[in-house]
Write a protein that binds this ligand. Sequence first.
Ligand code: F6R
Length: 607
Amino acid sequence: MCGIIGYCGPRIAAPILVEGLKRLEYRGYDSAGIAVAQEGRLNVVKRAGKISNLRSHVPPEMPGIIGIGHTRWATHGEVTDGNAHPHTDRGGKVAIVHNGIIENYQSLKDRLESEGVTFVSETDSEVIAHLIASFYQGDLEQAVKETVGLLKGTYGIVAMHADEPDRLVGARNGSPLVLGVGEDEMFLASDVTAIIAHTRQVIYLEDGEVVSVSHRDYRTTDLRNNHIEKQIDHIGWELEEIEKAGFTHFMEKEIHEQPESIRRATKGRIDLEYATGHLGGLNLTNRELLDINRVKILAAGTSYHAGLVAAYVLEALARIPTTAELASELRYRNPIVERNSLYFAISQSGETADTLYAMREVQRKGGRVLGICNVVGSTIARESDGGVYIHSGPEIAVASTKAFTSQLTAFYLFALIMGRMRDMSHEQGLRFAQDLDSVPGHIETILGTTGKIQDLAKRYARFDNFLFLGRGINYPVALEAALKLKEVSYIHAEGYSAAEIKHGPIALINEETPSFFIVPDDGLRGKVINNMKEVKARQGPVIALAVEGDDEVASIADDTLFVPHTSELMYPFLMTVPTQLFAYYCALERECNVDQPRNLAKSVTVE
Ligand code: F6R
């Protein structure tokens, strides 16, 4: 989704801004721009399309040591140069970049137009520049505060004024904004990846906060000018982690990182002596955990699919009724929040608006929500009542892969803790912990078979429709496999419980609709085999993802991929990885933009 960068310091700003925008590319965008101040004037360059297009229009010697930049993901108004940010006021003195949506922009625009202001874009954001200009009396910070006092909706804003050549002002409400504190220079950004090359010292702004920045210092206040003391956090990861490290795409790299990312998610969190898990951030005593009699998981997209698997595991291990629900739906159906229910918000980015608002709604009703997040310091991580970081490292490809398996890992550990407090014996707990520990090794084995998966993708990428079918704990894996294929290769794909096809989807089966069956050696294998035969009987091409040595499945399917044998609950990890690779290679075959699929954004900060 939209990205923001601001720079204030002794260096020439334009290259820093463009490089920061390049690092924000992964979030998804359709246009980009920068504004730089120099000798009482603003120079603005903005273009629809790629950062490379913007870069080619930025003059090589563009002067100015203070500036702001933006990558836009269109919400109001088409993808045009004029709708790209930064936006300026009519005097050309104020420039702003904005993430989020201003819900009352139309009434503000009407008012400004009646005062003679002419709008030059179709965006909601432009009102901000005009309002700041209208309030400006030599103090940008004050003008920004008066402006945001009028705004309804969500925003992360950075503003500058040509007459204040050492001042950036940032304000946040619902869209992330972080201050990077460098040596004699300051940065503002929507995402730390934009500034990690320059500083690791960051301050996360909260909703309702305003930061006023010069190259030497910063001041954080609320809208009533009360000073707010902020803590500086240190970013723990390295620049290399947001680079491709020899892989062609981030998606490929991140799929291959999974053995390591899962190991990181379990590191120090398995207690072999007591055959249980250890998750320090839950902020719940064992007695409080024992009182929980229902678990509800809120999430979106891939994280929701992780939640569906998690619900299955928690019920199986701890016998606690658990459901996963789309956060976007939960929020608007007046959820019933019970005293002994525990909620989880699962989110890679920790910024997904649907999940964040659902979490706040549950908290407002008195519910306790734990976060399972990847991005340290993200809004969900900070606002939740405790939780677990999955430590996947930055996930740059828009399609989520390694975060999914690490989300599972975190939840499996929670299920182990809860299971050991209830039904599971020491021996069962130990076996589960050992099985979880063996998952990364199995994934390494699967990653050794990428040639076969690529070959399969070469032959199947021409189809326009796919069904992914699984049962039990692997039904959400089928949903996730279908999501992955459609989002990166634009092949229409549906995930179903294999048992469901006879209730409707079987009508789709013909020679042109392949079915991809997930067939572990669990209690439902026989049933899934019957479903495979039903598809074969109707001339549907069948791909099977089965367990090494399963000749029966291989003899029915047209093509079979194998994973190593493991215990029943661990198959979601092993079955997911080949489907990620299959989606990746299909996207390559179809020459799609794998890391930045059309219309998608990495972190969806609008509803
Ligand atoms: C799919 C994908 C999305 C996200 C969803 C939630 O590959 O990445 O479906 O899973 O937008 O994002 P987070 O986990 O950041 O809340």
